[in-house]
Design a protein around this ligand. Structure first.
Ligand SMILES: [Zn+2]
Ligand SMILES: [Zn+2]
Length: 151
């Protein structure tokens, strides 16, 4: 069964020694996740819990990112096929680099005063950003889908 590592937030199958195969940290000592990956799509408004602290909120924050670098990598050191020179050239020809993504994420007044949340992944093609956020928000976003399948 796959679990989400609370250290690197990759969905992994634990190794025999119950460590995360991606980052090597023990999965046993980890608390049942309070934080989890949450993906937001451009033009979508969802959730009424603060992504950072999980408190109910109606305020949102707008996060805008554009691919100003040829190989924008929010996760430096990560191996990305897109960073290959040939892939860069092909992407350039395809006009990918004019892409930008803007998403609205629920963020309460208090958390808005802190730093702007940095996405862990950005998908300029799908226009999505993935953040590490509070599971209260993820649970809320999951609920409608689950109930609709029951009907
Ligand atoms: Zn890990
Ligand atoms: Zn908050």
């Amino acid at each position: 069964m796959r679990v989400e590592c609370q250290n690197c937030f990759v969905d992994v199958i634990p190794m025999e020694n119950s460590c995360c195969p991606a980052c090597g940290v023990s999965l046993i000592s980890q608390q049942a996740g309070l934080r989890t990956k949450i993906t937001f799509s451009q033009g979508e408004r969802k959730g009424s819990h603060c992504m950072r602290c999980g408190n109910p909120t109606r305020s949102t924050a707008k996060i805008f990112k554009k691919s100003r670098n040829h190989n924008y990598q929010p996760n430096p050191g990560g191996h990305d096929i897109q960073a290959h020179p040939l892939a860069l050239l092909l992407n350039f020809v395809a006009g990918k680099y004019r892409h930008s993504v803007e998403v609205n994420i629920p963020l309460c007044e208090r958390c808005r005063k802190e730093d702007e949340p940095e996405p862990k992944y950005i998908d300029f093609e799908k226009r999505t950003m993935t953040f590490i956020g509070h599971c209260a928000l993820r649970d809320e976003m999951r609920t409608p889908a689950r109930s609709s399948t029951l009907v």
